[in-house]
Write a protein that binds this ligand. Structure first.
Ligand code: GLC
Length: 561
């Protein structure tokens, strides 16, 4: 779907004093697993996941090999946008548990060497947040300027700006007799980030979570933090959106230069505990803008998401080669953050799958994710081959954009269904009669219990690649060099460190391909190969660089001898 102020107040030493020590580099090359708490584990039988349900499954995550979990929001919320509409940033929504549950989750995760990253919804609050209630109560109250208020006449919004979730981005408020701006739902009014008090309130809140042992933050919708103060109209583009609005540019509302000032301030706040990481939800149109999000002096976000790499739907060796090259050469030596799946996009199984070779394609994607030099995000269930379980009719839809956009945009329910733990009722997610979203029908075979026992499962392929990322020096620390630059179907690269070299070769075609990398040609010493991982069992592993035969969509990882 979607989808340089450095004040002294940005520093705080109490956070440093109270928080546990962090390895400052823990996030470099880490595997970070996105947990959607509502759908991960339900321990109180209400059909909705909870914090104890995450704690209960930490052993599974440890065995998978993850270094961190990113938890999507669990603070009090009317749940219009399932937690991305916060009413109290410093508390836990009772449907997910208590602060003691959260503290226990952090402690138990820590015992397993898993860090906890929380979601920070900075751009907007819920319209039920006390700040907004106060702000909307008059034009003169102390928080009157905390949101984006503009005069106008009823029925005539100040300009043509559109909400990302459809229709005008302006909502008339009868009390103030003014419009407020909302980049997302009207129940999510945008905060005014030009207001110093807003910033300081947010930074104070962040320090509180650092004291609770949080090792980083995923910054929600940060390109949307600022809008053009002149409020100029956007230009119309051809065609209509899924919501039936005229298409238009978003140059006055997205990724304004001012966001970098806030990135630097946020970085100063988290640098009070070195190693606290900032992950950006940075849907950016090109690698230049992505590079800027790291900051000219590596002083902004450590890990802005590279949404260009895996968020598309076209399986093409040439395309992935170009993106890999961009990430290697155009991010100023910063660590790329690769991602294929999250709670806002159709699962990669459905986006990249062709309906015939889905399992092989899922392994190709796992290899594309886990073997380059990058920190990576895995979305719960991706490692099992979970697929979308989409609503069949509009009355089944829970996600409001699916109601607004049906049938062109069916919403995000399909990629948020319960985690599939076993073949028992509700896939082992919950003992409730029914769950908040229906469990996908394939849970009888696509589940943790079944796949754990099967050495050839996708889950065990993920486990193997994650283990290799830690144990193999070239995959862990090595640089990355693309070889076979012009092959239209096969993407190959080598990773090398301390005299050890690993070759990764990926066939993007549905039929077999043979490649030959005589060592001189790719500039590496040695021609023998020892398989470290391969996605197929139909063919014997290639023994030498002279001839590698890859089945359709085959992925091969081997050490050069
Ligand atoms: C981000 C979240 C998405 C949410 C939106 C508005 O894009 O990932 O789920 O709807 O922000 O908060």
């Amino acid at each position: 779907m979607i989808l340089a102020y450095a004040g002294s107040s940005a520093r705080n030493h109490t956070a440093e004093a109270a928080a546990p020590a962090l390895d400052p580099n823990w996030w470099k090359g880490a595997v970070i697993y996105e947990v959607y708490p509502r759908s991960f584990g339900d321990t109180n039988g209400d059909g909705i996941g909870d914090l104890k349900g995450v704690t209960a499954h930490l052993d599974y995550l440890q065995k998978l090999g993850v270094n961190g979990i990113w938890m999507t929001p669990f603070s009090p919320s009317p749940q219009v946008d399932f937690g991305y509409d916060v009413t109290d940033y410093n508390a836990i929504d009772p449907q997910y548990g208590t602060m003691a549950d959260f503290e226990r989750l952090v402690a138990e995760a820590g015992k397993r060497n898993i860090r906890v990253i929380t979601d920070l919804v900075l751009n907007h609050t819920s319209d039920q947040h006390p700040w907004f209630r106060e702000s909307r109560s008059s034009r003169t109250n102390p928080k009157a300027d905390w949101y984006i208020w503009v005069d106008g006449k009823p029925g005539k919004p100040p300009n043509n700006w559109l909400s990302i979730f459809g229709h005008s981005a302006w909502q008339w408020d009868a009390t103030r007799q003014q419009y407020y701006y909302h980049a997302f739902y009207k129940e999510q009014p945008d905060l005014n980030w030009r207001n110093r008090q807003v910033r300081d309130a947010m930074y104070q809140m962040i320090r509180g979570w650092m004291r609770r042992g949080v090792a980083g933050f995923r910054l929600d919708a940060v390109p949307q933090l600022f809008e053009d103060p002149q409020r100029q109209d956007e230009k119309y583009l051809p065609g209509l959106t899924a919501y039936g609005d005229r298409q238009e540019t978003r140059v006055h509302t997205d990724n304004l230069p001012e966001v970098h000032e806030v990135y630097r301030e946020l970085r100063q706040v988290v640098d009070a505990v070195p190693g606290t990481v900032l992950i950006g939800e940075t849907y950016l149109p090109n690698v230049e803008e992505l590079a800027q999000a790291y900051g000219p002096n590596h002083d902004e976000l450590q890990l802005p998401m590279d949404t260009q790499y895996g968020m598309g739907s076209k399986l093409s060796a040439e395309l992935f080669r170009a993106k890999l090259r961009d990430a290697e050469t155009r991010l100023n030596g910063n660590m790329p953050l690769f991602v294929f799946d999250n709670h806002d996009n159709r699962r990669s199984w459905n986006r990249y799958g062709d309906g015939k070779h889905d399992d092989a394609i899922a392994r190709l994607i796992a290899t594309l994710l886990l073997t380059p030099r990058a920190t990576v995000l895995i979305y719960y269930g991706q490692e099992l081959g979970m697929s979308n379980n989409d609503p069949k009719s509009v009355d089944q839809v829970k996600d409001p954009i699916g109601k607004i956009g049906w049938p062109k945009d069916i919403g995000r329910d399909g990629e948020r269904t319960p985690m599939q733990w076993s073949a028992s009722a509700n896939a082992g997610f919950s003992t409730a009669k029914s769950t908040w979203l229906p469990v996908a029908p394939n849970y009888a075979t696509v589940n943790v219990a079944a796949e754990s026992d099967n050495p050839g499962s996708l889950l065990n392929y993920y486990r193997k690649l994650i283990r290799l990322r830690k144990e193999n020096a070239a995959l862990r620390d090595g640089d990355l060099r693309i070889v076979d630059e012009t092959n239209p179907d096969v993407l190959s690269f080598v990773r090398s460190a301390n005299g050890s070299t690993v070759l990764v070769t990926l066939n993007f075609s549905s039929s077999p391909r043979t490649v030959s990398y005589a060592s001189a040609k790719i500039g590496i010493a040695g021609r023998g190969l020892t398989a470290l991982a391969q996605s197929f069992d139909s063919a014997p592993p290639p023994a030498s660089l002279d001839k590698l035969v890859l089945p359709g969509f085959g992925a091969y990882v081997g050490e050069v001898r």
